[in-house]
Design a binder for this molecule. Structure first.
Ligand code: B3K
Ligand code: ZN
Length: 897
């Protein structure tokens, strides 16, 4: 891949060229010392027969100190070391190259490459961290087999781990020791990993489906060993599920997970040696919430599933990132649905689907509406780490899910089987995946490519017509992108193939059998329409009475549906739709409409009043015992302030906050007796169990508590929350009680939370992940004119437990405030933006990847009210003027362009 002359920093998909050289084997020797680690790298290199001839070998390298070079074991002087790598001049066609260099892991605060955390060594190589360890063709289409020797002081680093199998270990002079690892599978450099330090493991031995013995280990610091069981169980469940659903077996004799507390993202799928943020490994009932337990299961699954989708078949270049990420997110979503009982139980499956769609709509739709909008397969980037996005992951997962919606589970499985049959051991493209799906199902998927190449969120406008005399019901679908952002608009070429699932509901609330014009008989009550034109009409016949359409059932495509439902129709769907997703959706539409109308009134300073129909509809859901508690909790939660603000022509977070609080209070007050009864009924006495059922009860009970905390008279909420806080045997209930107390304090201007807040800190002082929650709860609390949260946040920055260098801690305080407390962050005086600019610049000097994530928080600035918009622009310009890293620069320049 080459830079173009005009815009030297932009990498373009169109410029892909195969590597000039191939590297078949890599032998790495590490002498691990925190301030100066020596790396000796011996590679078998040859010219790539499929590439144009070049005289010199160019290898990438960053922040490395050159020590020596040799070709075929003889010192080699024709080398030039530069900022971005090394040039080995005039090389033979095939040779052994040895490069020795040094790096400084102790000083590496970027957490990319080799670094030290809590005195132990860890690596992070995806996407381009390997070049910070040694010089290499650090691109995913160069695949090699690796042998790794680690040498270190035995007392300080008793455990030495790398990818694959341990083939030798022993003592060395001067209190040192070594371990030698061999990974039999070819892999790209981004999957390399090593870990060294004082760690202990929970171990299990299992047999895979074909009867082979496997060793599973979860490595942590000694005091965390009591929090590893759930991660181990999640790993075993993942292995079993991938065998059963996709026929994919664990291919290595040993599979390791290691937890580290300083980590830029969630986890990393290094071959056989997954490295995880502690947040996605450590859990016991006292320290982790139900959500944490579920997230651990999902992330352990995700990284494990990468072993096939990502590692065995990898990406040709980073533009293909969604090939592995979209597919693997889809797989982890299906795994979590199965674990929650969703393979037998449609309601449990819908719960998972609702949670995933909520994330997609809140985060990915917003991304698609702003300056960072890009296709699932981006066309260009400045810094690849900025493209590990909601679009590549979550929209990418939807694009994979639609194959399954079109072909069914069996057809999807055929496509997956063909994909591995064709491409195992190779670095391939999104087109290759699509070809496997098309060929396995005997289908032409040419049009489907647009899902990979077009940015922006498609809109489907629906109009319907019932012909009483002919008993015909026609549904006309029209697709476009609405007023997409300029970044999205330039990618849009034509209509998409949209699988549009639909049902028709009769006046009695039951689904009607569906027969499309031209069919001989009715067939099912949900049909997936293949919608391929800009506009298309589908006609149902034998429709006895005017139905109500249930549109885009189970959210069958990542689009926005526009249809003019009346309030009574939404209430009817909320009460009757057989599609649990659309039941939830009807309630959300109803609430969103009401909330947006109220926000407009709040912005205009007009008095507020809530429609009685909404309160009644919510009351019916609350008391509907046929619905699972987890579904009721989701249906009764109002759309988030962030989502609502994005639906406004001009985002006005203060007005949205006023409207949403008003509705919360009204629902709390009007349904008080029901909330109290619900709270009581859904307690989970006895030992804590992280099962989906028990979690559903806790979620509904704690939602009741949160509505009660809105009441003018706080007595009930304070009594119940205090008792729950003191008696809790699990973190879900304790944190929910504390959150309710904080909310009541804000609602009443009182101070009923301080005792619990102080108790929480002392109780969990030695549990960093819980202290993260303590920071986050305060950063996201409701504020008031008298008590702006920014002041609390600034005070907490001075707390001895605050540490900007630890990403989890920075996220718990700074990101929580900037991204999850919109009403306070968007304070009219611009104080939130000034704080944001300061923190982005501070982080930029420490850890550009983390800084760039925070930098994205203002990218939708043009969509806000004029007063806020100008203050946001000023903050962005401040960052643009002081930024050092390529990561943050790309974000702010795109935002300001
Ligand atoms: N593949 C890693 C993400 C790496 C991010 C690099 N900035 C985790 C995952 O998606 O499984
Ligand atoms: Zn992934």
């Amino acid at each position: 891949m080459t830079d173009t002359a005009a815009t030297p920093n932009v990498i373009r998909r169109a410029d892909y060229a195969p590597p000039a050289f191939l590297i078949d084997t890599v032998d790495l020797e590490f002498d691990l010392v925190p301030e100066r680690t020596i790396v000796k790298n011996t590679m078998r290199v040859r010219r790539n027969p499929a590439a144009a001839h070049t005289r010199d070998l160019e290898l990438m390298g960053e922040q490395l100190e050159f020590v020596s070079a040799a070709i075929d074991a003889k010192p080699y002087a024709n080398v030039r070391v530069h900022d971005h790598g090394i040039t080995i001049e005039d090389v033979p066609d095939s040779f052994e190259l040895t490069l020795t260099g040094a790096c400084d892991p102790a000083a590496n605060t970027t957490l990319s490459g080799l670094y030290v955390s809590s005195g132990n060594f860890f690596t992070q190589c995806e996407a381009e961290g390997f070049r910070r360890i040694t010089w290499f063709l650090d691109r995913p289409d160069v695949m090699a087999t690796y042998t790794v020797t680690l040498r270190a002081d035995k007392a300080a680093y008793p455990v030495l781990l790398s990818n694959g199998n341990l083939i030798a270990e022993g003592d060395l002079p001067d209190g040192r020791h070594y371990a030698k690892w061999e990974d039999p599978f070819r892999k790209p450099s981004y999957l390399f990993a090593l870990v060294a330090g004082k760690l202990v493991a929970l171990e299990e031995r299992i047999k895979t489906g074909s009867g082979k013995d496997k060793l599973l280990q979860v490595w942590v610091e000694p005091h965390d060993l009591d929090k590893t069981r759930h991660a181990m169980d999640s790993l075993i469940h993942s292995i079993r599920w991938d065998e059963a659903r996709f026929g994919l077996e664990l291919d290595l004799d040993r599979f390791m997970i290691v937890a580290v507390s300083d980590f830029n993202m969630g986890a990393m799928e290094n071959k056989g040696l997954n490295i995880f943020n502690t947040k996605y490994v450590l859990a016991n009932p006292e320290t982790a919430t139900d959500t944490d337990f579920a997230n651990i299961e999902a992330v352990v699954g995700h990284e494990y599933f990468h072993n096939w989708t990502g590692n065995r078949v990898t990406c040709r270049d980073w533009f293909q990132l969604s090939l592995k990420e979209g597919l693997t997110v889809f797989r982890d979503q299906e795994f979590s649905a199965a674990m929650s009982g969703g393979d037998e139980n449609a309601a449990a499956r819908a719960t998972k689907r609702i949670e995933d769609v909520r994330v997609l709509r809140q985060m990915q739709f917003a991304e698609d509406a702003g300056p960072m909008a890009h296709p699932v397969r981006p066309e260009s980037y400045v810094e690849i780490n900025n493209f590990y996005t909601m679009t590549v992951y979550e929209k990418g997962a939807e694009v994979v899910r639609m194959y399954q919606t079109l072909f069914g589970r069996d057809g999807f499985r055929k496509g997956m089987d063909l994909y591995f049959q064709r491409y195992d051991g190779q670095a391939v493209t999104c087109d290759d995946f699509r070809a496997a799906m098309a060929d396995a199902n005997g289908c032409d998927l040419a049009q489907y490519e647009r899902w990979y190449s077009q940015a922006g969120t498609p809109r489907v406008r629906v109009t319907t017509r019932y012909d009483e005399a002919q008993k015909r019901y026609s549904v006309t679908l029209a697709q476009d992108y609405g007023n997409a952002s300029p970044a999205a608009r330039e990618t849009q070429m034509g209509p998409l193939l949209i699988p549009f699932a639909i049902g028709l509901i009769g006046p009695d609330g039951a689904d009607l059998p569906l027969r499309l014009e031209g069919e001989s008989a009715a067939n099912g009550t949900t049909r997936v329409l293949e919608f391929t034109e800009a506009q298309q009409t589908f006609t149902f016949v034998d429709v006895p009475a005017k139905p109500l359409p249930s549109l885009l059932r189970d959210f069958s495509a990542p689009v926005i549906v526009e249809y003019d439902y009346g309030d009574d129709e939404l209430a009817f769907l909320l009460a009757n739709d057989s599609d649990a997703f659309n039941r939830w959706e009807a309630g959300q539409r109803f609430a969103t409409r009401e909330l947006l109308a109220l926000a407009a009134r709040a912005a205009a300073g007009e008095p507020l009043e809530v429609d009685g129909g909404l309160v009644d509809a919510f009351g019916r859901v609350l008391n509907d015992e046929t619905l699972s508690p987890s579904f009721r909790e989701l249906a009764l939660m109002l759309p988030s302030e962030t989502y609502l603000a994005e639906q406004m022509a001009l985002s006005d977070p203060a007005a949205v906050h006023t409207a949403r609080q008003f509705v919360r209070k009204r629902l709390g007050t009007a349904l008080k007796a029901d909330w109290l009864a619900t709270f009581d009924k859904h307690r989970t006495p006895g030992a804590y169990e992280p099962t989906p059922e028990a979690a559903g009860h806790r979620a509904l009970k704690n939602l009741a508590l949160s509505y009660l905390s809105e009441l003018d008279d706080p007595a009930d909420a304070v009594r119940l929350a205090t008792a729950q806080y003191d008696a809790a045997n699990n973190m879900t209930d304790r944190a929910a009680a504390l959150s309710a107390l904080l909310n009541t304090s804000a609602a009443t201007g009182g101070d009923v939370a301080s005792r619990a807040l102080a108790d929480f800190y002392t109780r969990f002082e030695r549990e960093p992940l819980v202290i993260d929650k303590w920071f986050a709860l305060q950063a996201t609390q409701r504020g008031s004119a008298q008590r702006p949260v920014i002041e609390t946040v600034r005070a907490l920055m001075q707390h001895p437990a605050f540490n900007l260098k630890n990403p989890n801690r920075a996220r718990s305080l700074i990101f929580s405030f900037c991204a999850a407390n919109p009403a306070q962050f968007h304070a009219a005086d611009g104080s939130g933006y000034a704080f944001w600019a300061e923190q982005v610049l501070e982080l930029d000097a420490i850890n550009p990847q983390v800084a760039a994530r925070l930098a994205r928080n203002l990218e939708l600035w043009r969509r806000f009210t004029p007063q806020l918009r100008e203050r946001m622009r000023a903050a962005l310009e401040k960052v643009a003027a002081g930024v050092k890293s390529r990561d943050v620069r790309e974000i702010v320049e795109k935002a300001l362009a």
